[in-house]
Design a protein around this ligand. Structure first.
Ligand code: AMP
Length: 214
């Protein structure tokens, strides 16, 4: 099974994707994570992507598509793939279809997590994560046991540089213009499921599962 997860920053995509990964044995491919790795490692691509990511703007399609093709070529994708944060534009959606076809795969289902913008702002600006193990917290909704420290690693929690109100606004603006086209592309193929992303993670996950299996 190959899935696409659509949703703006703070929609809970990452959290829900982790659960699907366990239950459906799919491998999560997050372009945001791949890009952040490239930035950390200081690769050519990372150097090009870093200023755009810092501003909440999209990294050019050819770079992101290249990353996805590289990841697909590496194999080791088990029972399927869960694309998180990709495709974000119509050209990316088309390129994904072509790249998957070359690997004898296709997208089976596209889940779009729907969350009102007011909730996104609260979720994203309160988000903190552990730089060592990646565990994600929220200053109010999911605080660590000791303020500012990871429960698992004890490391100081960090805030992503693009998780501020101002940067988020830019990211949402990009999302509002591009994602409707991506959704339309999948709606026409009758593989789009819009899922209400408001509520406790368990509740939302029940809806996601139903959509995946429906
Ligand atoms: P995310 O972690 O998914 O919120 O992505 C963080 C940032 O990485 C985005 O704000 C973009 O700058 C960049 N990015 C991630 N995925 C894509 C994509 N599919 N296309 C273009 N830029 C992306």
């Amino acid at each position: 099974m190959n899935l696409v997860f659509l949703g703006p920053a703070g929609s809970g995509k990452g959290t829900q994707a982790k659960r699907l990964e366990v239950d459906y044995r799919v491998t999560q491919i997050s372009t945001g994570d791949l890009l952040r790795n490239a930035v950390r490692e200081g690769t050519e691509l990372g150097k090009k992507a870093e200023p755009l990511m810092r501003e909440g703007r999209l990294v050019p399609d050819d770079l992101v598509i290249g990353l996805i093709e590289e990841r697909l070529a590496k194999g080791d994708l088990g029972g399927g793939i869960l694309f998180d944060g990709f495709p974000r534009t119509l050209p990316q959606a088309r390129a994904l279809d072509e790249a998957l076809a070359r690997h004898g795969r296709k997208i089976d289902k596209v889940i779009s997590l729907e969350v009102p913008e007011a909730i996104l702002v609260d979720r994203v600006t309160g988000r903190r994560s552990c730089p060592v193990c990646g565990t994600v917290y929220h200053v109010r909704a999911r605080p660590p046991k000791v303020e500012g420290k990871c429960d698992v690693e004890g490391a100081d929690l960090v805030q992503r540089s693009d998780d501020t109100a101002e940067k988020l606004e830019k990211r949402l603006e990009v999302f509002r213009t591009e994602i409707p086209k991506v959704k339309e592309f999948y709606r026409e193929r009758e593989i789009l499921a819009e899922v209400d992303g408001v509520g406790e993670p368990d509740e939302v996950y029940d809806r996601v599962r139903r959509a995946v299996e429906g």
